[in-house]
Ligand binder design. Structure first.
Ligand code: R5P
Length: 291
C-alpha cells in the first residue's frame, strides 16, 4: 500500500508510513495567486492501493477538502487500483442531518463530492455521530482514539480518575475512557440553541468531591463546553481537572479560557495538529489500514 502525504497531515502521514515500513508518496502543493489549490503526486501509484492522509480541520477546511479531492482524482488517473481517504478529522461531519428547513446535510454532501473525485473508502477518527457514515456512498468507518488518550492519562498518574462527559452525547466516550482509567464516570446536561449556537450546561448529581476529574469530549472548538463543565466540577469539589479531546480545534481564545477555568492540563490527539497534540493516532490508523 502507498501512503500519500496530504499537505495538511504531513507528520501524521510520515508516522503512518514509518510504522508500515513503506516509503511515502510526497506531494507538491501550492496556492495560485488567486487562492486556488495545486497538488501533484511526486511518485508513481500505478496498480497500487493508495491511502491519502489528509485531515480537514480548521483553518481552511474547504481548501483541505479540495486538495483531498484533487489528490484522489490524480491518483485514480495515474492508475491507482483503489483510493482510501484517511481523514482523521472530518470537516462538516457535525451537520449529520437537516435540523432546520433549507439546510443541507453537509456530511453527506461532502461524502458525495469525495466519491465523485475517486475515493472508494474512508477512515476517520471519532466522527461526531457514527451513524452519519452509514449514509456515505462508500465504505466509511470511524476508529476510536479514546483508549489512547485514556492510556496517556493513566500513565501520567490519573488511574482511578473520574471520567466526565460534558453532555449525554459524549457519555459513550467517558465510558470507554473509564475502562482504562478504572474510576467512575458520568455526564452533565448540555442544551444548545439551534439558531444562536449558544450552549448552557447544568450540574447533575455526580460525585466528584475530592476526586481527580478528566473531562472527555470528541471536539474542543470554542472551549465553551469545557469551560462550563470545568466550573461545575470545581464547584462540586473536584481536586483537579484535566481535559482530553480527540480533535482540538481551539478556536479564538479557547485555550486561554480553558486554562483560566482552572484546568490543569489539556491533551489532544494529532487528528488536528497543534500544541496539545500529545497523543498520535498513527498506530490506530495503521491497524485500520491493515484490516
Ligand atoms: C458537541 O456536541 C461536541 O461534542 C463538542 O462538545 C462541541 O463541538 C464543543 O464545542 P465548543 O468547544 O465550542 O463548546
Amino acid at each position: 500500500m502507498k501512503i500519500v502525504l496530504g499537505p495538511s497531515s504531513l507528520q501524521l502521514g510520515e508516522k503512518i508510513a514509518e510504522l508500515m515500513r513503506t516509503k511515502p508518496v510526497t506531494v507538491a502543493s501550492k496556492n495560485f495567486p488567486d487562492g486556488e489549490s495545486y497538488v501533484r503526486l511526486e511518485a508513481s501509484v500505478r496498480n497500487e492501493e493508495v491511502a491519502i492522509v489528509q485531515t480537514t480541520g480548521p483553518p481552511d477546511q474547504d481548501t483541505k477538502l479540495i486538495q483531498l479531492a484533487l489528490l484522489a482524482d490524480a491518483a485514480k488517473r495515474s492508475g491507482a487500483e483503489k483510493v482510501t481517504a484517511v481523514v482523521p478529522y472530518l470537516a462538516y461531519a457535525r451537520q449529520d442531518r437537516i435540523f432546520l428547513e433549507g439546510e443541507a446535510p453537509s456530511a453527506q454532501t461532502i461524502a458525495r463530492i469525495l466519491q465523485s473525485s475517486g475515493i472508494e473508502s474512508l477512515i476517520t477518527v471519532n466522527v461526531h455521530q457514527e451513524k452519519v457514515l452509514s449514509k456515505f456512498p462508500f465504505q466509511a468507518r470511524s476508529a476510536s482514539a479514546i483508549g489512547l488518550l485514556a492510556d496517556y492519562l493513566r500513565r501520567k498518574g490519573l488511574k482511578g480518575a473520574f471520567a466526565l462527559a460534558p453532555d449525554n452525547g459524549a457519555m459513550h466516550i467517558a465510558e470507554e475512557a473509564q475502562h482504562v482509567l478504572r474510576g467512575d464516570c458520568g455526564y452533565l446536561e448540555k442544551q444548545r440553541d439551534r439558531l444562536t449556537g449558544q450552549t448552557s450546561t447544568e450540574s447533575k448529581k455526580i460525585d466528584v468531591k475530592g476526586k481527580s476529574v478528566v473531562i472527555f469530549d470528541d471536539i474542543i472548538s470554542t472551549g465553551g463546553t469545557i469551560v462550563s463543565a470545568a466550573k461545575i466540577v470545581e464547584a462540586l469539589g473536584a481536586v483537579s481537572v484535566h481535559v482530553a479531546c480527540i480533535h482540538g480545534l481551539f478556536i479564538g481564545d479557547a485555550e486561554k479560557r480553558i486554562l483560566e477555568a482552572g484546568v490543569q492540563e489539556i491533551v489532544a490527539t494529532d487528528t488536528v495538529p497543534g500544541k496539545f497534540s500529545k497523543v498520535s493516532v498513527a498506530p490506530l490508523i495503521v491497524s485500520e489500514l491493515s484490516r
